[in-house]
Design a binder for this molecule. Structure first.
Ligand SMILES: Cc1cc2nc3c(=O)[nH]c(=O)nc-3n(C[C@H](O)[C@H](O)[C@H](O)COP(=O)(O)OP(=O)(O)OC[C@H]3O[C@@H](n4cnc5c(N)ncnc54)[C@H](O)[C@@H]3O)c2cc1C
Length: 261
């Protein structure tokens, strides 16, 4: 009976990603400006202007004083692996050792929910159902959660708390708001960005993907046609190509000034 309930609830659960702001450093603009003025007493601008200068010129270490903590639910284990690659952050994930996963909810790629993809969607859902049945049976047979969990899929929804400082968040947004990022983590980045922008517009309005933030796109030819800035933001190699040879000449001259015995 327990297993039957698990399979039933699995079929019902198609849940949207949920992103909540748990904590944010208060008065972060003032804090960053105070830290910057302590370092450089000649800064006479307003706090807002100092923070804008810091963000534009990438003097970003002072932005590390502002922290955001997010609660993320209905995100996949696959997404959590990508998120964990961001090492300058603190990560806490729901434990599959201590949580019963029977009847789990899971991520479905939006492309599989489109018209004409019915067969693909069915195969996908069947795989989830089958994983749930295997998990449920193993648990009924007395297999411990920490062993049974290995049959769970990457699409399994997990719950996550992540804390990042603003410098690290800027790096996160620059790579994960790019259209080349996987759709699920790009959606997460969008949701987190909107929250951060509302808290600190003076900093975040200057940030988006690497192309927008830096003024050149390092993805070069890898940029797909879906990039909204494709005709607007130049490729790095185009820009660099214009001065590279001349700049190399300058570097060679600089190096000649250094004598190594
Ligand atoms: C489109 C796309 C494709 C990707 N493909 C792959 C893939 O195929 N395989 C894969 O494994 N990952 C892949 N990634 C993940 C990517 O390589 C990074 O691991 C991830 O974006 C985290 O970025 P980060 O290292 O800058 O972040 P963080 O780990 O938060 O680091 C922030 C910054 O700190 C510095 N830093 C951190 N640790 C070190 C260190 N040990 N040494 C020197 N500097 C350090 C770097 O400047 C770094 O940018 C992909 C990401 C994107 C957006």
């Amino acid at each position: 009976m327990k297993g039957f309930i698990g399979v039933l609830s699995l079929a019902k659960k198609v849940l949207e990603m949920n992103v909540k702001l748990l904590r944010v450093t208060e008065e972060g603009v003032n804090l960053v400006a105070e830290a910057a003025r302590m370092s450089d007493a000649s800064l006479t601008q307003s706090n807002k202007e100092i923070v804008e200068l810091i963000t534009d010129n990438d003097y970003s270490s002072v932005l590390e004083h502002i922290y955001f903590t997010f609660d993320l639910s209905e995100v996949s284990v696959s997404l959590s692996r990508h998120l964990l690659e961001h090492r300058i952050a603190s990560h806490t994930a729901r434990s599959t050792r201590y949580t019963e996963e029977e009847g789990f909810s899971y991520y479905i790629p939006k492309r599989l929910e489109r018209e004409g993809k019915e067969e693909e969607a069915r195969i996908y859902r069947d795989a989830m159902k089958s994983a749930n049945e295997a998990y449920t049976k193993l648990r009924e047979l007395g297999v411990a959660r920490e062993q049974a969990r290995y049959v769970l899929p990457m699409a399994l929804h997990t719950h996550y708390v992540v804390t990042m400082n603003v410098r690290s968040l800027i790096n996160f947004f620059m790579v994960r708001l790019c259209v080349r990022a996987s759709p699920e983590i790009r959606e997460l980045a969008m949701r987190m960005y909107k929250i951060c922008l509302a808290e600190y517009p003076d900093i975040l309005s200057r940030i988006w993907c690497r192309g927008f933030t830096l003024g050149v796109c390092p993805e070069n030819k890898a940029r797909p046609n879906t990039c909204p800035f494709k005709k607007l933001v130049p490729e790095k190699r185009e820009v660099k190509g214009e001065f590279e040879e001349q700049a190399r000449g300058i570097i060679e001259k600089e190096l000649k000034k250094i004598l190594i015995k």
